[in-house]
Design a protein around this ligand. Structure first.
Ligand SMILES: [Zn+2]
Length: 438
């Protein structure tokens, strides 16, 4: 059904940073007009939403998510990265089945939707990628689901030969890429430098370039990690990834905390985007990424909640607030202002995923991915600066409507496409099954 959203305070996030009061008209999933008097099509039936003065924003874009880890929430607290991975996350991921991945992905998307996220980049799992696509198809969200790459190794670590991975990537590409009106896309997710041989990384970059896919990996998250990368490959993590051909304008690198000076130049020159995950960086005690410096340098920095076991939730509003706050003690209060951070969570995220022309702002011709944030609560008032209200004051309870691809998928605590209780129940029981297999 076509859609009119009336009585909205529109935070467009367009290049001119336009703020408007009025209506947005959506036809066939596309924003047709943004302003006061939308011209309706003759005889068309419209779903009319009264925003009641709430903020209408582009749907949030999370550029670093692990939907396959959400069943493991709370199971690996208070650890640093390499122990967190080897003692808990890898064995748990290896114990997944198609059913448990599906349950995990549905739970992740349910949670992301309720915080106003409409698009995400999931770095994925080595196995059962189709189960994530199945959940994405049902969710109504927009997503890039990666086939994760890890070389075969000993112990309880998920992994496979790169040629098996390539075979599956080609199958997934033909079966899912750009399906469902372009809502579902495939990506490639080599886990991190230490999970793959150099030739496997080079090959993964080649496949991504050949098929025109987004490629994403973790880098420079932890001191032990960058030391191991330097010992093994003789260079900084970012320089090594560049040597492998991983970096470029189709590339999103998560974390980028422990960067050398030359790494800033490499990220900028290759037009690589960075996914900043403040909650995960704090919880794993990884460090503080120099996000204000990256932004000053002209690097595209975006936001993501990372995985449920290192966060422990997927609420983008938390990441927005933390991204705005945690750098200020070091660089001063003027940096990471509310508007800058809101761009990271919307238009910059869209650009990182190659979707800047389609989503990330409310403009005529773009796809209708939007969120309405209520501004009537006591904690949101009095409101003068809408960017400030959303970034510093809003919380989950303020997310009223979530619209993806022109369709309302969430309204005031209710998921239109999904049974919340059933998804939570299945997630709990599938987690038990994973633990039995473990
Ligand atoms: Zn991650």
């Amino acid at each position: 059904m076509d859609l009119i959203i009336e009585n909205a305070n529109i935070i467009t996030m367009d290049d001119k940073e336009t703020l408007l009061s009025g209506s947005v008209l959506v036809e066939d999933g596309i924003i047709k007009s943004v302003g006061k008097n939308p011209k309706r099509r003759n005889k068309a039936v419209y779903q009319v939403i009264d925003a009641e003065g709430g903020f209408l924003l582009p749907g949030f874009v999370q550029t670093h998510i692990h939907t396959g880890q959400t069943l493991f929430r709370g199971m690996a607290d208070d650890l640093e990265l390499l122990d967190w991975l080897s003692k808990y996350i890898w064995p748990l991921e290896a114990a997944h089945s198609e059913k448990s991945v599906y349950a995990s992905a549905r739970l992740s998307m349910l949670e992301m939707i309720s915080s106003g996220t409409t698009t995400f980049l999931d770095i994925g799992l080595v196995h059962h990628t189709e189960a994530i696509f199945r959940a994405l198809s049902e969710s109504g969200m927009r997503g890039i689901v990666c086939k994760m790459l890890m070389d075969k190794s000993s112990g309880k670590i998920p992994g496979e030969d790169i040629s098996e991975s390539e075979k599956e990537i080609r199958y997934l590409y033909s079966a899912y890429h750009n399906s469902e009106n372009g809502r579902m896309m495939l990506g490639i997710g080599p886990r991190f430098a230490l999970s793959l041989r150099e030739d496997s990384l080079v090959r993964s970059a080649g496949i991504a370039k050949e098929l025109g896919l987004i490629i994403t990996t973790h880098s420079s998250e932890n001191i032990r990690e960058i030391t191991a990368v330097k010992d093994r490959f003789g260079d900084s993590n970012i320089a090594f990834l560049n040597r492998c051909g991983i970096l470029g304008n189709n590339s999103v690198i998560a974390h980028c905390i422990w960067l050398e000076k030359k790494d800033f130049d490499i990220l900028k020159e290759t037009k690589t985007s960075v996914a900043h995950c403040p909650s995960a960086n704090l919880k794993l005690a990884s460090g503080f990424a120099r996000v204000p410096e990256m932004l000053d340098y002209g690097i595209n920095v975006t936001l993501g909640a990372d995985g449920a076991p290192c966060n422990n939730n997927l609420n983008i509003l938390n990441e927005i607030r933390l991204a705005a706050l945690i750098h200020k003690p070091r660089v001063g209060p003027k940096k990471m202002d509310a508007k800058t951070v809101l761009k990271m969570a919307t238009i910059c995220g869209a650009k990182a995923l190659g979707l800047g022309g389609q989503i990330g702002s409310i403009e005529a011709g773009k796809k209708a991915d939007m969120v309405i944030i209520d501004n009537r609560g006591p904690h949101m008032n009095p409101v003068d600066n809408p960017y400030s209200a959303v970034v510093y004051s809003s919380d989950l309870s303020d997310v009223r409507y979530v619209i993806s691809d022109g369709r309302v998928i969430y309204k005031e605590g209710r998921h239109y496409l999904w049974d919340r209780e059933e998804i939570v129940r299945k997630a709990v029981s599938e987690k038990r099954e994973v633990l039995k297999r473990l």
